[in-house]
Design a protein around this ligand. Structure first.
Ligand code: IFM
Length: 740
C-alpha cells in the first residue's frame, strides 16, 4: 500500500512551527494523547501527555483541567560528548560547538499510527551520525508506549551515550497540579515515578525501560529517574535502542506505578516489533471502516485522513466514563473540557463507523446524569440539564470569566448559564446512535432515560406567554449573541426533542413495557407532563419572517447593525476580533452556523409555515445567513459545507469543506498550538458523507445516498454500519451509485 496519501510530512524544521507540529503529530490510543514534542526537547516546547479523565481543580484556578502527566519521551543522545539538539541547521562547512543538523524529515503515518523522525547530525568532532526515531502509543494495549532509536555512524567512528528518562517535573503551562510528595524508583532496569494530583487526588504512575545491547545504569535527579548506556560505533555500524513506557492511574489500577512496572516487563518480553505489529493490526481494523476514499483529490484525501485520525485517537476504547474534549488530548486548550462538539460533531462519524466507540461516548453522558440533574435543580428546573462544559464529575465547569483581554479587562462568559441546547444535542446523538445501530439494549437501559429526563428539563424550562411557548435567555450556536429570547435553533430543536421523547416512549411501551413503566415512574412522566409536552410541540414560537420567507435567528436580529462580512477578507481571525466583543454583539455578524446548523441537523424536516416551499425557505435562509457569518468558530465551515452541498451549491460547499479540512493542517484559525479542533474534524466527515454523498435512511428504512459531488471528484467510497451490517458505498460522479 502506498503511504504517500497517509502521511503528514515535515521536511524542514522551523522553530516558528514548533508548537503547530507538536499538535499535528500527536499520537494517541483512546486512553492518552502525547503531543509531538522531541525526545531531546527544544526551548519553548510543550511536551504534554494527557490521560482521559485525570482532571484536577487546583486551588486558585477557576475550573478543573486535564492534568499533564510525567513526560515519557526524553531520550538524549550524545555524540562524542556533544548532546544532539535541533539548534543549528545548516549545510555549510562551519563547525559550531553544538554540532549541525544536516538533514531532517519527520512524518506521521496515519495508517500505522506511527511517528518517525530522521536526522543527520554532525558533531563538532566532525563525525556524522544518522538518528532514526520512531514512536507509537499502542492501540492494542493502551498502557504500552514504545519508542525506538536507531543510531548509525555515517562518517567516522563515534562515541555514543544515550540517556533515557521520565520527567515528572511537569505543570500545565506553569500551573502545578501535583502534591509535593512523590515516589521515585531508579533501582532496577525499569525506572518509575508516582505522583498524586492536588485536589482530585488521582494517582499517576509512569514506568519506563531502555533496552540496550550494552550495559545500562540507572539513577535520578530530582523528579527525573533516568537510564544511561554508552558505546562506540565504528563507521557504518548501527545500534537499535528500544524504550518501553507505561502509564496507569488510580482510575484504572490500585497501584499505578507497580502495575506500570509489570506492564513494562510484559512489553519488553513481547518485544518492539511484535508490539508494533499488534498496534498496526488494530489500526488496520479502524481504517477498514473509518477510511473514506476520495478519487480525484489527493490533497483532500490526505487531509481527510488526518482529520479522521484525530477523531479516532482520542475516542475512548475501554472507558465509558470519559469523553472527547474540544481539543482532544492534543493540547491544553479548553482545559480538556467536553462540549457539544462531541455529540454533534465527533460522535456521528463514530456512530456510523465505530459504533462501540460512539456508545462509550454516550455512556459518559449517562454516567454523568447526576451532574445534569444537579444543574437542573440548582437552577430551579426539573429533570436533567447537561453542563455546557463537562469534566469527570459531570458538574458545570464553564468558567464564568474569560482570561484578561489585551486591555486587561475580563469578559463574563455566559455559555455555562445560557447555552442550554447542549441537552438537546446529546439527545440528538443518542437518537442517531439508536437509529443507525439498532442497539435497543442501549436505548432501554440508558439512552431513553437521557432523552426523557432532558425532555423533562425542557418541559420545566419553557415559558408560556403571549399565547404560545417561548424560551428566553438563551445562547444558540451563534455565541456572539448572548442571552437572547427565542432562538429559532433552540426552540425548533426543543420541539424535535419533545417529539423524539414521544417516539421513544411509544417504542418502549410497545417493545419494552417494563422499562417504559420503570422510566414513567422514576422520571414522573405523568399524563399532565406529557400533555404539556404535546402542547409545547404544537404552540412553540418558531420565529419566521413571512415576507422574506426565512427563519429568523431570533427576534430583533435584523434590527442590529448590518456588517458586510465578505468585505472583511482576507483574514485569519474573526470579524469579532477586528471589531471587538462589545461592538460585534450589537451587529448581525454571526459566529457560526446557527440557522444553517438547524438546516444541517433537520434537513427538509426543518419545518416551514403552510404555503412555503421547504427548499425555497432553505435557500433563502442560506442566502441570508451565510454572508453574515464570520466563521469565528472552527465548527462553522464544515456545517456550512454540508448544508451547501445539500442545497446543490457545490462550488461553495467545496470551498468551505477545503477550509474546514485544513483548519489544523494549515492553522487556519491561528491557534493549533492549543490543540486539534475536534469538532471540525468530525464535521468534515459529515460534510462528505451526509453533505456531498447525501447518506440518509430512505423511506424503506435502508441507508441510501443522494450524491452531489464536487466536479473534480471522480468518486467517493465509504463504509458505514447500519444495524450491525457493514455497507460500502461508492458514489460516482456523475451520479452513478453502487452498493456492495
Ligand atoms: O463548543 C464550541 C463553541 O460552539 C464555539 N467556541 C468553542 C467551543 C469549543 O470548541
Amino acid at each position: 500500500m502506498h503511504d504517500r496519501l497517509w502521511e503528514i510530512v515535515e521536511l524542514d524544521f522551523s522553530p516558528d512551527e514548533l508548537l503547530h507540529y507538536e499538535t499535528l503529530f500527536t499520537i494517541g490510543n483512546g486512553y492518552l494523547g502525547t503531543r509531538g514534542a522531541f525526545e531531546e526537547g527544544y526551548p519553548g516546547d510543550t511536551p504534554v501527555t494527557l490521560v482521559h479523565g485525570v482532571y484536577d481543580h487546583t486551588p486558585g484556578m477557576l475550573v478543573p483541567e486535564l492534568v499533564n502527566v510525567p513526560n515519557w519521551l526524553p531520550i538524549n543522545i550524545y555524540v562524542d560528548g556533544t548532546p544532539f539538539k535541533l539548534i543549528t541547521k545548516t549545510t555549510d562547512f562551519m563547525r559550531p560547538p553544538e554540532g549541525v543538523v544536516l538533514g531532517y524529515r519527520r512524518a506521521l503515518n496515519m495508517r500505522r499510527g506511527v511517528l518517525t523522525r530522521e536526522v543527520l547530525f554532525r558533531a563538532p568532532s566532525g563525525n556524522i551520525v544518522r538518528l532514526e526515531f520512531e514512536r507509537f502509543a499502542s492501540l492494542h494495549d493502551i498502557h504500552v508506549l514504545a519508542q525506538r532509536v536507531r543510531i548509525t555512524a555515517v562518517d567516522g567512528n563515534a562515541h555514543i551515550r544515550v540517556e533515557s528518562a521520565i520527567d515528572a517535573d511537569v505543570t500545565n503551562a506553569g500551573v502545578p497540579h501535583y502534591l509535593p510528595e512523590f515516589t521515585l524508583d531508579d533501582r532496577g532496569d525499569t525506572i518509575g515515578v508516582e505522583l498524586k494530583t492536588q485536589q482530585s487526588k488521582y494517582i499517576v504512575g509512569v514506568a519506563s525501560r531502555l533496552v540496550s545491547p550494552r550495559r545500562i545504569q540507572t539513577g535520578s535527579t530530582e523528579k527525573r529517574p533516568y537510564t544511561v548506556t554508552s558505546f562506540d560505533l565504528a563507521q557504518e555500524d548501527w545500534v537499535v535502542l528500544d524504550k518501553f513506557s507505561s502509564i496507569y492511574t488510580s482510575r484504572d489500577a490500585l497501584s499505578p506505578l507497580e502495575t506500570a512496572q509489570g506492564k513494562i516487563a510484559e512489553a519488553a518480553s513481547v518485544g518492539y516489533e511484535e508490539l508494533r505489529a499488534r498496534h498496526e493490526a488494530e489500526w488496520a481494523k479502524y481504517w477498514a471502516t473509518s477510511d473514506i476514499h476520495i478519487d480525484g483529490d489527493e490533497e483532500a484525501q490526505r487531509a481527510l485522513r488526518f482529520t479522521t485520525y484525530h477523531i479516532l485517537i482520542p475516542a475512548p476504547r475501554l472507558d465509558e466514563r470519559v469523553s472527547i474534549g474540544a481539543k482532544t488530548l492534543s493540547g491544553l486548550g479548553y482545559k480538556g473540557h467536553v462540549f457539544w462538539d462531541t455529540e454533534l460533531f465527533c460522535v456521528p462519524p463514530l456512530i456510523l463507523t465505530q459504533p462501540k466507540l460512539a456508545r462509550n461516548l454516550l455512556m459518559y453522558r449517562y454516567h454523568n446524569l447526576p451532574g445534569a440533574r444537579h444543574k437542573a435543580q440548582a437552577n430551579g428546573y426539573d429533570g436533567a440539564m447537561y453542563p455546557w462544559e463537562s469534566t469527570d464529575t459531570g458538574e458545570e465547569t464553564t468558567p464564568q470569566w474569560s482570561d484578561p483581554q489585551p486591555d486587561g479587562t475580563k469578559i463574563r462568559i455566559w455559555t455555562g448559564d445560557s447555552e442550554q441546547h447542549i441537552s438537546t444535542d446529546i439527545a440528538y446523538a443518542i437518537e442517531k446512535y439508536w437509529r443507525w445501530t439498532g442497539d435497543d439494549e442501549f436505548l432501554t437501559q440508558y439512552g431513553a432515560e437521557m432523552i426523557l429526563d432532558t425532555a423533562v428539563f425542557w418541559g420545566s424550562r419553557v415559558e408560556e406567554k403571549n399565547g404560545r411557548f417561548e424560551i428566553s435567555q438563551q445562547i444558540g450556536p451563534d455565541e456572539y449573541h448572548e442571552n437572547i429570547d427565542n432562538s429559532v435553533f433552540v426552540n425548533r430543536m426543543v420541539v424535535w426533542h419533545l417529539q423524539t421523547a414521544f417516539a421513544v416512549l411509544d417504542w418502549l411501551k410497545a417493545n419494552a413495557p417494563a422499562d417504559h413503566q420503570r422510566l414513567v415512574e422514576a422520571l414522573k412522566l405523568t399524563p399532565e407532563r406529557l400533555a404539556l409536552w404535546l402542547d409545547i410541540t404544537q404552540r412553540m414560537y418558531l420565529p419566521f419572517d413571512t415576507n422574506e420567507g426565512i427563519h429568523v435567528q431570533f427576534p430583533g436580529f435584523f434590527d442590529m447593525e448590518y456588517i458586510p462580512v465578505p468585505h472583511y477578507t482576507p483574514r485569519i481571525g474573526s470579524v469579532q476580533a477586528m471589531l471587538g466583543h462589545a461592538r460585534t454583539i450589537q451587529t448581525q455578524v454571526i459566529k457560526q452556523a446557527d440557522v444553517v446548523m438547524l438546516m444541517a441537523l433537520l434537513g427538509e424536516n426543518i419545518g416551514v409555515p403552510e404555503g412555503f416551499s421547504v427548499r425555497e425557505v432553505m435557500l433563502n435562509n442560506w442566502n441570508t445567513y451565510y454572508p453574515r457569518c464570520d466563521h469565528g468558530s472552527s465548527l462553522s465551515p464544515a456545517m456550512h459545507a454540508w448544508t451547501a452541498a445539500r442545497l446543490g451549491l457545490i462550488d461553495t460547499a467545496y470551498e468551505l469543506f477545503d477550509h474546514a479540512v485544513h483548519i489544523d493542517l494549515h492553522d487556519n484559525k491561528g491557534n493549533v498550538r492549543d490543540g486539534i479542533h475536534a469538532a471540525a474534524c468530525g464535521g468534515v466527515w459529515q460534510a462528505i458523507v451526509f453533505g456531498f454523498c447525501g447518506l440518509h435512511i430512505d423511506a424503506a428504512g435502508q441507508p441510501a445516498v443522494d450524491p452531489r459531488l464536487p466536479e473534480h471528484w471522480r468518486s467517493v467510497t465509504f463504509t458505514v454500519y447500519y444495524r450491525g451490517e457493514k455497507q460500502t458505498f461508492t458514489v460516482k460522479n456523475p451520479a452513478l451509485v453502487s452498493s456492495s
